[in-house]
Design a protein around this ligand. Sequence first.
Ligand SMILES: O=c1[nH]cnc2c1ncn2[C@@H]1O[C@H](COP(=O)(O)OP(=O)(O)O)[C@@H](O)[C@H]1O
Ligand SMILES: [Ca+2]
Length: 493
Amino acid sequence: MRKISNHGSLRVAKVAYPLGLCVGLFIYVAYIKWHRATATQAFFSITRAAPGTRWGQQAHSPQGTAADGHEVFYGIMFDAGSTGTRVHVFQFARPPRETPTLTHETFKALKPGLSAYADDVEKSAQGIQELLDVAKQDIPFDFWKATPLVLKATAGLRLLPGEKAQKLLQKVKEVFKASPFLVGDDCVSIMNGTDEGVSAWITVNFLTGSLKTPGGSSVGMLDLGGGSTQIAFLPRVEGTLQASPPGYLTALRMFNRTYKLYSYSYLGLGLMSARLAILGGVEGQPGTRPGQGMRVEGCAADLVGGNLMGQEPRVVVYLSTFQAKDGKELVSPCLSPSFKGEWEHAEVTYRVSGQKAVASLHELCAARVSEVLRNRVHRTEEVKHVDFYAFSYYYDLAAGVGLIDAEKGGSLVVGDFEIAAKYVCRTLETQPQSSPFACMDLTYVSLLLQEFGFPRSKVLKLTRKIDNVETSWALGAIFHYIDSLNRQKSPAS
Ligand SMILES: O=c1[nH]cnc2c1ncn2[C@@H]1O[C@H](COP(=O)(O)OP(=O)(O)O)[C@@H](O)[C@H]1O
Ligand SMILES: [Ca+2]
């Protein structure tokens, strides 16, 4: 469990503010789809803890008032991701006649994800219970009854057959209902991809302080999960709005302002789902071969247009989309030619192997990845001019090859992923057993970012936490949930 120490500041800007600074931030949060204009209200700000106070040891009255007169309240958000389930316990404090501030987050993650229990639903309860116990330990007893408890599931459950996903959600609901927390009928659900992107955008812009100045600049958000990937930013150019396909734009009412956000989630383009696609597999089906009419065995790649070393050679890779004669093995140009191994994804074990390379591993792999990404991603010109924060697997991959500090994060340029991919792929040609998927993953991330429209020179900020709060959609989503509860209490507001 990672817990924010009292001395860890929850700063709004990246550069330190003087100690004791309390930033009052009114957030007026509501989701409405592009066509709906339902204004809702939420008031949050972010501050650091009072010096000398230890988290979890603040003195609270049973009514939820801290010794210093601040009203304290909590919210619990479960993130049921495709690769793991996480709990975020948020603590807020509302000074008398002021707006609430986010004062503390407790976070714990468990693996595997909820979807791994699709065929053994009963077993899913154990992990949920374990994470609930974290919330119980973190939140004083007197606050339990008034603390909203919510779970939102993402790509793992989106990719399951509806009936299986509903059974899992039902089980979670049972466990939630038996808990001492505030549980509504809508306490467990599958979040839609657009909301996932918008919630993460709110989190990042809240934590960077971009939301406190209406009309001020905002930052974009890139999240690469296991099953899906999201991009969200606030377009400033009318042409971006005009050129965005239906479903890519969402209106967000906040701070008495409507933000027209570009937000999209690509299901199946999360890193693990992309691996499977690159390998030529199909979700849930070991050794299934798409394109049954294609050759069963063949050469590694057919070159179209000549020299592989030339500018933008067209390489058509066949072999990665079919398997050996036994019908089980997935073969890929993104793995070391001598590699043979097993890979588990979504509770299915695949036999995977590399293939004889007729050109450099990176070139063959990039050709295959391009094939998988072809016509899948909408490109916007404007992303070139927006500051972006990237997290989750973007962070893990960059940290894994030393592009950023594994603890602190850092900045890189998009082209660094390509340089790292080329280096790692070349290494795999001679050292097959070291991180077998590193060449594939880095090549994928590099090309995905380029498909979004980022030039190689584009700087991205990679961060796991901002001011000791996890960069995840969870904070944005709890704002929205608490806000909707408030609206239910006083519909006129
Ligand atoms: O709150 C978080 N803090 C840190 N990392 C997170 C958090 N949520 C997700 N991740 C990272 O996201 C990646 C997996 O994504 P996830 O399991 O959420 O898939 P999904 O979003 O496609 O459902 C991993 O790199 C995991 O460490
Ligand atoms: Ca996620």
